[in-house]
Design a protein around this ligand. Structure first.
Ligand SMILES: Cc1ncc(COP(=O)(O)O)c(C=O)c1O
Length: 381
């Protein structure tokens, strides 16, 4: 049998990954009493009895998938309900669901941008944004993380007509916030379109918990809002919220929308229930942020840096990959799961463990976590 040289490359790349302490594995399901600091279910709605009861009514025994791409057929009956509720929540004309936040970012950017477009992209934006840019063929202009002077300098020297600024609103690994007011001002001054990714803000920030754009009062300056159903909502899927004209355009030109089966009915039912719960219980996001802030202060008191986090995402900086793995293992031996995050997910020299602060943590859990972080810092810091 011929052995393709592709296998040689596969072996070589895997060896490289192991030698650089970057080898990744999927984590088997472990039903235990472990304290989970890895979840993106920030509001713990996946375990909320009211949400589960509401979801069961909406599922109505239909656990099947959508059974075709949405342009061929919609079999759920919940798509238009959830899309109109998301549009009403986001106060936009329309919304469009994708099968994940990843698919939403890739599909929207690929459809909208061409080689004639310049995309101004925060260095720390999510990988799905970079993948969408690569697929679109647009010119990538990376600006320093949240650095508005750098962004303006780059905009000022460009003569390109088609320009789009893209930023995460809450950065997934640093837990800091994009300066949306300044971005909106620069977009106006330099006639740019703006796209934001609210993945980690949806359901938590803003008066009606629709995201950071609402909290900053800049919704009207944003052309494209991307949200996920996979983080605070605890479900699966991603969405665009904005004008009907753009929705029509994405339905016609977003390849990740057109060539992929729609979300399962059961998944839509769960997400709809969770969104309705959040909209009726607006204090849950605010409470989470207040509790996360107090927790972060306690971590800082142990001497561990949490970088520039001001949200529920709390990095604990270890700098080296080896120390990140060590801290993660140290916690794991004590019943706490906090994943090590290493390059290329974060820049070299900024390895860390990432703590996802969430509503499922008890005071007792918090006390125990702080004690363990403090013990690690004293013995290995
Ligand atoms: C900022 C950001 N955008 C998009 C995504 C992708 O969302 P999903 O997991 O729904 O594909 C993530 C998930 O990690 C994210 O952190």
């Amino acid at each position: 049998m011929n052995v393709s040289p592709i296998y040689d490359r596969v072996e070589r790349k895997l060896d490289e990954q192991r030698n650089r302490e970057l080898f990744r594995t999927t984590r088997p399901f472990k039903s235990s009493d472990e304290i989970d600091l890895s979840t993106n279910s920030y509001l713990a709605l996946h375990a909320n009895a009211d949400v589960i009861a509401m979801a069961k009514t909406l599922i109505n025994d239909n656990i099947h998938g959508n059974l075709a791409s949405r342009l061929i057929a919609e079999t759920s009956g919940l798509y238009s309900t959830i899309e109109s509720e998301i549009a009403s929540w986001e106060k936009t004309e329309s919304s469009l669901l994708f099968t994940s936040g990843y698919a939403a970012n890739v599909g929207v950017i690929q459809a909208l941008c061409t080689k004639d477009t310049e995309i101004y992209c925060d260095r720390l934006n999510h990988a799905s944004i970079y993948d969408g840019i690569a697929l679109s063929g647009a010119k990538l202009v990376r600006y320093k993380h949240c650095d508005m002077t750098d962004l303006e300098q780059k905009l000022a020297v460009s003569e390109n007509k088609e320009r789009l600024i893209i930023t995460d609103t809450i950065f997934s690994m640093d837990g800091d916030r994009a300066p949306l007011e300044n971005i909106a001002e620069l977009a106006k001054k330099y006639n740019c379109m703006v796209m934001i990714d609210e993945a980690h803000a949806t359901g938590i920030f803003g008066r009606t918990a629709s995201g950071l754009a609402e909290e900053c009062g800049v919704e009207d300056s944003i052309d494209i809002r991307i949200g996920t159903l996979s983080k605070a909502i605890g479900g699966q899927g991603g969405y665009f919220a904005g004008s009907t004209r753009l929705r029509d355009y994405f339905v016609n030109f977003s390849r990740s929308f057109i060539y992929s089966t729609g979300l399962a009915h059961s998944s839509l039912a769960y997400s709809l229930a969770a969104i309705r719960y959040i909209r009726r219980n607006l204090s849950v996001g605010r409470n989470l942020i207040d509790r996360a802030e107090a927790f972060r202060h306690k971590i800082n008191k142990t001497g561990i840096s949490t970088l520039t986090s001001t949200t529920q995402i709390i990095p604990c900086l270890t700098e080296t990959k080896a120390r990140a793995l060590h801290l993660s293992a140290f916690l794991s031996e004590r019943g706490i799961y906090a994943p090590a995050i290493r390059p290329p997910t974060v820049p070299d020299g900024s390895a860390r463990i990432r703590i996802s602060y969430h509503a499922g943590l008890t005071e007792e859990n918090e006390k125990f976590i702080i004690e363990q972080l403090s013990a690690w810092k004293k013995s290995h810091g």
